[in-house]
Design a protein. Sequence first.
Lengths: 321, 213
Amino acid sequence: MSDTLAIVLRVLAVFVVFLVFPLVIGQTEHKVMAHMQGRLGPMYAGGFHGWAQLVADGVKFAQKEDIVPAGADRKIFQLAPAIALLPYLLVLIAIPVGPGNAVGQALDAGVFFVLAVMGVGVLGSLMAGWASANKFSLLGGLRTAAQLLAYELPMLLAAASVAMAAGTLSLPGILDAFHWWWVPWQIVGGLVFFTAGLAELQRPPFDMPVADSEIIFGAYTEYTGLRFALFLLAEYAGIVVLCALTAVLFLGGWHGPFGADGLGWLWMLLKTVVLAFVVIWLRVSYPRLREDQLQKLAWTCLIPLALAQIALTGVIKVVIS
Amino acid sequence: MTLAAASHGFLTPSGVEIAFLLVGLVTLGAAVVTVTTKQLVHAALWLVVALGGIAVEYLLLTAEFIAWVQVLIYVGSVVVLLLFGLMLTKAPIGRSPDADSGNRWAALLVALASAAVLVWVVVDAFRASWIDLDGAAQGSTEVSGRSLFQHWVLPFEALSVLLLAALVGAIVLSRRGGEDTPDGRAVPGNGHAAAPGAAASTGPDSARREGQR
């Protein structure tokens, strides 16, 4: 009985994180972007510095009419937001937040699990892009697919480098094997992973698939109301997942200079939040890459860097063993 | 794996075995719909269900690593590539009556023959061996890695050479019409001199093939 209760509690905790963190990051994005651009951002909703702006947005989205275009493929159009969002919920289950057993579910091949399931989320964008019966949506879907194909590989290679260093594919196992000098050792892989992850999430400067000045909003052009909100939520949940994964794989997760036993989860949280801030910062400071620049960056820069990182990992691993 | 078939009956299935059968039925159904549906993109999406079902079957057989690799490679990459290719075509919404090929009976024959070969090989290889699903995972990453790189390293290397050959072949094919690309730019470093007429005729075609790849 207590086993069942523990599982329910874990799943519930993951679900709460899944519902709360993306909203927190969304609100942070509102405020951080505003201040970086010399504005105030939302100030009224909820009273104190507009903290309830996203709650108000959610209520607004829920009230809107849910429209399916007449020419669209109805079922796939309606299914797409769920396919885009659910993988991130599943991924959160496998991410360890503290020492010991502080993880939704420890998996033997955790690295593969998170990368595989994250890749599935893109199917949602593809389905949305095709089923909308809209040229801009189709273009957005095409760009999404091209981007995923280019950036999945460097992401995998960078993650493989860490797995090689730790000698295990399990995420808690990788953290157990972590030493502080892994950070400089794996730093190139970390940068590649983070950049490729940004591209997979279609965050600026890699937001070509949803480039609003060219193709309106890419695959999501025809969506309204709650389904549109689900796509936005998927983007922010994706930021949470990417930042947490980068923190676990390359920055030592719950390890910290001190207090790793009791306050491990706080270190993990801190690293995730700092990385999320960087994601927002990049959005404000970099112009959008053109489609060919995007592909070129992946194939001629990130993949060679990731391969070099794997070679370096292998050499050092052999030398120290 | 043990050779304890005698202690297992087919009439007293366990929960996992029932789940395995049910998922197998769903997978089979999805696969049949994939090849019979008249809606092109729906076929690709049913393929996702079929491939995902196979991943679940691997999971039920405790081959966790293989299951996630299946999701990563097939659902995450191959189907995305397929959808990308479909989107480059008209990929109409709704039925496409001209999607049927005249070769359907030949295709059915080939499919049945290859299925027969595969089933025969698997049955012949494993016969009455049973996997103990309750004990330690027998398909964990460590076990898979050990057997792959100790016992099966030669086929593994042969496969990687095959894949490399396919990769090189794909690059060569896609660069063949390089001198005469539609926007008139020459591909640098391409020393292959094709006849101008041939290059002109293969230019757009190979560009499309490159895109689909």
